[in-house]
Design a binder for this molecule. Structure first.
Ligand code: HEC
Length: 148
């Protein structure tokens, strides 16, 4: 009897944990409150003067829409850089209550962030791709060095 009860509890716990885990897989790992504090106090502008005209326009949409609930410094200094990271995360932000972000703005902002990362976060993207490729190999070299 007890065994059955435990089995049922475990199964339902797994069921509960399973549902949100599917979505969380697409999202990059969240920062701790301490990390967010540092990120929020970082730079709050991007020099887009050398970006293509279209991305300069997209930057305006990004600046307006993504500064509603937190400082614009948060996405600017984020460690997200890969296209799939931005796609998943902008989608998450769009679905927050009263985000004010529609599908069109979501596309515009994702395009900007992916382009911007390809310019400002080239090294980080390389590192992330390397880490991804080496994730399966047990003896993958540790990449703890700060890329500064
Ligand atoms: C409706 C409010 C709201 C809007 C609009 C919003 N955010 Fe957020 N954002 C949050 C909240 C709340 C968090 C804290 C984490 C959470 O609750 O998901 C957050 C966290 C973040 C983080 C930190 C993630 C981490 O853990 O490192 C980034 C990056 C981010 N937002 C980017 C954006 C971008 C890009 C946009 C514009 C597309 C945006 N946000 C628009 C509410 C918002």
């Amino acid at each position: 009897m007890t065994k059955i009860l435990i089995a049922t509890l475990v199964a339902s716990a797994l069921g509960w944990a399973g549902a949100p885990a599917v979505r969380a897989q697409d999202e990059p790992p969240a920062s701790t409150p301490e990390q967010l504090d540092v990120i929020d106090k970082g730079t709050d502008t991007i020099d887009v003067s050398k970006y293509p005209k279209e991305q300069q326009e997209n930057y305006k949409v990004f600046s307006e829409k993504c500064s509603k609930c937190h400082t614009i410094a948060r996405p600017i200094n984020s460690s997200y850089a890969l296209p799939e990271e931005w796609t998943a995360y902008v989608n998450k932000m769009r679905h927050k209550k009263r985000s004010g972000i529609d599908e069109e703005a979501q596309k515009t902002i994702t395009s900007f962030l992916v382009y911007d990362s390809s310019v400002r976060k080239k090294d980080l993207i390389e590192k992330k791709l390397k880490d991804k490729a080496g994730a399966d190999k047990k003896d993958a070299p540790k990449t703890d060095e700060k890329a500064k």
